[in-house]
Write a protein that binds this ligand. Structure first.
Ligand code: UN1
Length: 498
C-alpha cells in the first residue's frame, strides 16, 4: 500500500502488502531532488512467493465465469476514472510527461477496462460442422495460466492496463513488474485492483530491477507467459530466455517511425502532426515520429515553419499546466540522447535547432533536452535507423512517392508509419506497401486507440498484437472440442470416406 506522505510503495503478494527491508527510489525527472517514492528492490524469493500465490489463485480464478471476472475489470475502470486527476498528477511528477498527456494515459487505462469488461460477455469461439454424422465440433478460449507482465515507464498506467486487463478477463493470474522509474504509478494501479475486489493472488506486484526481478520471472518454471514492452535489445534476450524455458512470449519493442509529407499534402496539417508525433511525450513513445520524410518541393518551406513552431514549444516540468514538452525520464535517457547527438555530428548531420541539454535555472535539476531537428540525414546513418527515444527528429529529403516508401521501410523496425497526401491513390498504395503494424493517413504516428490491434513487424515484435480483440489471442489458448453423440466409435477420415 502507499503511504501518501512518504509514498512508500510495497510489494503486493497474495492480497497482502508486504514489508521488505531493501529499498530503491523513484525521483522527479524535472527536479531530481524530489523523491517521489521508495520501493523494495525485490529478489528471486519475492518472485517465488508471488508465483506461488498466482498459481494457487489461478485454480479458482480460471473457473470464475468470464462475465463476473469482467465486472471486476469494469470496476477497475470506474476507480481509475475516479482517481484520474490524482494519478495523472503523480505520473507527471514521477516520469515527467505533461499533465494533459498524463490524463490521456490514465484515460487509455479506463478505455481499456471498459472495452475488456465487454469482452467478458463475448470471448467468442467457433462452432463448425463435423465431417461425421452425429458429431459436434467447437473451439473455446482457455486461459494460459500465470502471466508475468513487464512494463515500461513511458505509459505507466496505459501499458500495464493493456496487458493486465485482457489477461484477467481471459482467466489468467498476473505478476506485474513495473519499470523502476514508475513504481508509484504501478502501486496506485495495484491498489485499484485490490479495491475493485480482485481475489488474493490474482494480481501481484513485485518492484525491482529487470536484472533481478525480470530475470527471475523469465527463468521461473511456473510462469506460463511473459508479456514485455521495452527495447529491442532487451526484448531479444527476453525472447531467447522464454524460448529456452518454454514460455509464451509477447514482445512489444522499438520503433523508428516516419512521417512522409508529399508535395500535395495539406502542409499545415502535416506540420501539426509532425510536431505532436515527434515531441509529444518528449519523443519517448515507441510510436514517436523520429524521421520526417519531406518531398524536395516542399522541404524548404516546411522546414522553415517547423523550426518556427519548434522554437515556440514550452519545455518544463510535466506538472506545470503550460508545459508542452517535459523532461526525459532519467539520467541514462539523457545520456543516451546526448550520445546520439554526438553520433549525428560524426555522421555529418546538421543540427537545425536544439541539439543540447536545456540551460537555465528552471532546468538545472532536471533531465531536460531541447526539442531537436537534424537535417542532412541519409537513410543509412545510425540516427536514421536506431531508436533514440527522445525529442530528436531527423529530416530526410525524398524525390518521389516510391522513394518515400522505400526510405520509410528501410529500417529494422516496423511499428507505426504515416503519410500526408491528398492523393487517394497514393494513400491506398501506402496502406498496402508501408512495412509497419500501424499506418496513419493524414495523421501523426502516435495515438493508437485501445480497441484496435497494436504492434509491429520486423524487429518491433514477435508477431503478437496487444489491445483490441487481438490481445485475446495472446492471453488465451484455443481448445478444440469434439462431441460425438453417435454412441459408437466413428473414425475421422476413414468412416466417411469408404
Ligand atoms: C508506447 O509508446 O509504447 O499510440 C505506446 C500511442 C499510444 C501508445 C504508445 N497510444 O502513441
Amino acid at each position: 500500500m502507499m503511504d501518501t506522505t512518504s509514498l512508500r510503495c510495497l510489494n503486493y503478494i497474495d492480497g497482502q502488502w508486504v514489508e521488505r527491508s531493501t529499498s530503491d527510489e523513484s525521483r522527479n525527472p524535472a527536479d531530481w531532488r524530489e523523491i517521489i517514492a521508495t520501493f523494495p528492490s525485490s529478489d528471486a524469493d519475492d518472485v517465488d512467493k508471488a508465483v506461488a500465490a498466482a498459481r494457487r489463485a489461478y485454480q479458482t480464478w480460471r473457473v470464475f465465469p468470464a462475465p463476473v471476472r469482467a465486472e471486476l475489470v469494469h470496476r477497475v475502470g470506474e476507480l481509475l476514472l475516479q482517481r484520474k486527476p490524482e494519478l495523472a498528477n503523480l505520473m507527471s511528477r514521477e516520469m515527467g510527461k505533461p499533465l494533459t498527456e498524463a490524463l490521456g494515459d490514465v484515460q487509455e487505462g479506463v478505455d481499456c477496462a471498459f472495452y475488456y469488461a465487454g469482452e467478458g460477455r463475448r470471448l467468442f469461439g467457433q462452432t463448425t460442422p463435423s465431417e461425421l454424422n452425429n458429431k459436434f465440433a467447437m473451439t473455446v478460449r482457455v486461459p494460459i495460466g500465470v502471466c508475468a507482465l513487464i512494463t515500461p515507464w513511458n505509459f505507466p498506467i496505459a501499458i500495464p492496463c493493456w496487458k493486465a486487463l485482457p489477461a484477467l478477463v481471459c482467466g489468467n493470474t498476473i505478476i506485474l513488474k513495473p519499470a523502476r522509474d514508475t513504481s508509484a504509478c504501478a502501486t496506485v494501479l495495484t491498489e485499484i485492483f485490490q479495491e475493485a475486489g480482485l481475489p488474493p493472488g490474482v494480481v501481484n506486484l513485485i518492484h525491482g530491477s529487470g536484472e533481478v526481478v525480470g530475470r527471475a520471472l523469465l527463468e521461473h518454471p511456473d510462469i506460463d507467459l511473459v508479456s514485455f514492452t521495452g527495447s529491442s535489445t532487451t526484448g531479444a534476450e527476453v525472447g531467447a530466455t522464454c524460448g529456452r524455458t518454454h514460455k509464451r512470449v509477447c514482445l512489444e519493442l522499438g520503433g523508428k517511425n516516419a512521417q512522409i509529407v508529399m508535395e500535395d499534402a495539406d502542409l499545415e496539417l502535416a506540420l501539426e502532426g509532425a510536431l505532436w508525433g515527434a515531441f509529444g511525450t518528449t519523443g519517448q513513445r515507441c510510436t514517436a515520429t523520429s524521421r520526417l520524410l519531406l518531398h524536395r518541393e516542399i522541404k524548404a518551406e516546411f522546414t522553415t515553419k517547423l523550426l518556427e513552431q519548434t522554437s515556440k514549444l514550452r519545455l518544463g516540468a510535466g506538472a506545470d499546466a503550460e508545459t508542452q514538452v517535459g523532461p526525459l525520464v532519467n539520467s541514462s535517457q539523457l545520456e543516451r540522447v546526448k550520445n546520439y547527438l554526438e553520433v549525428a555530428g560524426n555522421e555529418g548531420a546538421k543540427v537545425l535547432i536544439g541539439g543540447e541539454v536545456a540551460t537555465g535555472e528552471q532546468f538545472q535539476h532536471g533531465y531536460f533536452f531541447l526539442p531537436t531537428i537534424l537535417d542532412g540525414v541519409t537513410p543509412k546513418m545510425r540516427i536514421a535507423r536506431e531508436e533514440i527515444f527522445g525529442p530528436v527528429l531527423a529530416l530526410i529529403e525524398i524525390n518521389s512517392f516510391e522513394e518515400a516508401i522505400a526510405v520509410l521501410n528501410d529500417t529494422p523496425y516496423g511499428l507505426s508509419s504515416s503519410i500526408y497526401t491528398r492523393d487517394v491513390n497514393r494513400a491506398f498504395r501506402a496502406m498496402r506497401d508501408l512495412e509497419a503494424g500501424i499506418t496513419y493517413i493524414n495523421g501523426p504516428t502516435i495515438g493508437a486507440e485501445v480497441h484496435l490491434p497494436f504492434g509491429g513487424v520486423k524487429q518491433t515484435g514477435n508477431g503478437h498484437r496487444e489491445a483490441g480483440s487481438a490481445a485475446l489471442d495472446v492471453f488465451t489458448d484455443w481448445k478444440t472440442i469434439y462431441v460425438d453423440f453417435s454412441g459408437r466409435l466413428q473414425r475421422a477420415q476413414i468412416d466417411n470416406r469408404q
